[in-house]
Design a protein around this ligand. Structure first.
Ligand code: ATP
Ligand code: MG
Length: 253
């Protein structure tokens, strides 16, 4: 996820609302229900019964260049283990932490993500960071989501590499205040102890550790495999492999 200097609430409301099920109407913005943002079971259940609104939201940010099966499995594991109503896949249009390499155009990454998420009702694509001038920051995205959605229960889902990088992001202390963190190990990245994490950034040690079979897949490897003419079948959804082939992406990567 990236960065934006000024939020654009109108766009945000629209995008969040479109990620909501029709049963909830246009009411993702809280209507004074008081306790629903807490993890107190009774209050949350009460609110859900009356509005059918998803209140437990996971955010999975990434460059998705391209989206692969480990991203999807990560979303699925988080949804199951944390009983999330929705996992929003947030595409970072201009990832400032990856400024060193050419990134595939947003339209292509978006098209692949759309195809990958299709068919899973708990998954939704968030374009909240797209079409904003300049860099976009995760902390701003989280703050904007809270502002627009009311007391929603937000979990920021990440792999170990991203968690270890988080202290270098913009206003990391605010990020851990605005969302619960949930992390999975990633092949090649040892997850430090809670105490070690806490020493790096207060709040980091509290990250929930999700179970997930290690899938040693990365977008970097997929780009390289395509460039070398190798098959990427069963590493990305079929529709994504087809899109990459049709558009001739990554051939010169
Ligand atoms: P790249 O190689 O281009 O950096 P990537 O595979 O790391 O791509 P990103 O879009 O950078 O994918 O990652 C988005 C999120 O998904 C990050 O939180 C990252 O840690 C997580 N993630 C990506 N691949 C895996 C994986 N194989 N296992 C667990 N988490 C993963
Ligand atoms: Mg990465």
């Amino acid at each position: 996820m990236g960065q934006h200097p000024a939020t654009q609430p109108a766009i945000l409301i629209c995008e969040i609302a479109s990620a909501w099920p029709a049963t909830g109407g246009t009411a993702p913005i809280a209507g004074g229900a008081g306790q629903e943002g807490s993890t107190d079971g009774a209050a949350v259940t009460h609110r859900r019964q009356h509005t059918s609104l998803p209140r437990r939201i996971g955010l999975l940010g990434g460059t998705f260049d391209p989206v692969h099966l480990a991203h999807l499995r990560l979303g699925e594991e988080a949804a199951e283990q944390l009983a999330l109503d929705r996992v929003l896949f947030v595409l970072a249009p201009h990832p400032w932490r990856k400024a060193g390499r050419a990134i595939t155009p947003v339209a292509d990454r978006l098209a692949m993500l759309e195809r990958a998420l299709a068919g899973n009702p708990r998954f939704a694509l968030s374009t909240v960071e797209i079409d904003r001038p300049g860099p976009t920051y995760t902390v701003e995205t989280l703050a904007a989501l809270h502002a627009e959605m009311g007391p929603v229960d937000l979990t920021f889902i990440l792999g170990a590499d991203a968690l270890l990088d988080l202290p270098n992001w913009h206003r990391p202390d605010e990020i851990v205040r605005l969302a619960r963190l949930a992390v999975v190990p990633r092949a090649g990245r040892r997850l430090p102890s809670r105490a070690e994490l806490e020493a790096r950034l207060p709040g980091l040690g509290a990250a929930i550790r999700l179970q997930m079979p290690r899938l040693a897949i990365s977008s970097t490897d997929i780009r390289r495999m395509v460039a070398q003419g190798h098959s990427i079948r069963y590493l990305v959804p079929d529709a994504v492999a087809a899109y990459i082939a049709e558009r001739g992406l990554y051939r010169g990567a």
